[in-house]
Design a protein around this ligand. Structure first.
Ligand SMILES: Nc1ncnc2c1ncn2[C@@H]1O[C@H](COP(=O)(O)OP(=O)(O)OP(=O)(O)O)[C@@H](O)[C@H]1O
Ligand SMILES: [Mg+2]
Length: 250
């Protein structure tokens, strides 16, 4: 059974159709990269999957459970919050809570979940996750005391702490100086090696080629091309994909 099935997602903003029927599925442990020009709808798609945006049409199924159907009534805020937990989201602008330490950022939301984990267990997990992100000596630092790359790694730990089925990244390195990009890509690569299920919107073509199992090329609200990462990046079939990749390489 696929971990995620996306069926015919459509989304309009002010009468402009931004997503024109997006369908794909992915298996547990897979990494999919989404590439495409600015404005093609990549962020909107991630927001619809995370239920931060309500699609106008379509169905989203996680582990066989229908978590969204545009034909259904609106969910209550409580149900919506619960359904959102299937997804983790890492944004371009890390969005850490400035008044909490690195460890506080990671443990805050799990602490509010009441999922049977004690605060001591949650702290232990938080420390392990920060350690895994290479931040064992930074746990008690506040966001303003951390570099962009470190903040983004805290944001990744924070998303993982909620144990999402699928972790989504929206251009996780775009706000970073080039020398800090590598350390963030490295931890994402490690997660891929550990078979975390991930959807990564990225402009880093070499990274998409090397780390993702599959690449989706989005163009004007549709999936124009999808296939094994190496094939799509190094030998695309569609003219528009070729042109996009040429632009990215120049
Ligand atoms: N809340 C909104 N209201 C109106 N239009 C929106 C809204 N969100 C996105 N759009 C429009 O939808 C289109 C797709 O935007 P989206 O952010 O999904 O593109 P993207 O592929 O992520 O682009 P980029 O690579 O620049 O991040 C754009 O034309 C954008 O202006
Ligand atoms: Mg975007």
């Amino acid at each position: 059974m696929p971990i995620l099935e996306v069926n015919n997602i459509k989304k309009k903003f002010e009468n402009t159709e931004i997503l024109k029927g997006i369908s794909f599925s992915m298996e547990e442990g897979q990494t999919i990269s989404i590439i495409g020009s600015s404005g093609s709808g990549k962020t909107t798609l991630l927001r619809c999957l995370n239920l931060l945006e309500r699609a106008d049409e379509g169905i989203i199924t996680v582990r066989g459970e229908k978590i969204f159907d545009a034909a259904d009534e609106l969910d209550s805020p409580e149900i919506l919050r619960e359904k959102r937990l299937h997804f983790g989201m890492v944004f371009q602008q890390f969005n850490l809570f400035p008044q909490y330490t690195a460890l506080g950022n990671v443990t805050l939301a799990p602490g509010l979940l009441n999922d049977g984990r004690s605060m001591a267990e949650i702290e232990k997990m938080g420390k392990e996750l920060l350690d895994q992100m290479g931040l064992s000596d930074r746990m008690n630092n506040y966001p303003h005391q951390l570099s962009g790359g470190q903040q983004q790694r805290v944001a990744i730990a924070r998303a993982l702490a909620m144990k999402p089925d699928i972790l989504c990244f929206d251009e996780p390195t775009s706000a970073l100086d080039p020398e800090l990009t590598g350390e963030v890509l490295r931890v994402i690569r490690e997660l891929a090696n550990k078979h975390m299920t991930m959807i990564i919107v990225t402009h880093e073509m070499a990274f998409a080629r090397d780390v993702a199992d599959e690449v989706i090329f989005m163009d004007e609200g549709i999936i124009l091309e999808k296939g094994p990462a190496k094939e799509v990046i190094t030998n695309p079939k569609q003219e528009r994909t070729k042109r996009f990749l040429q632009r990215m390489n120049s």
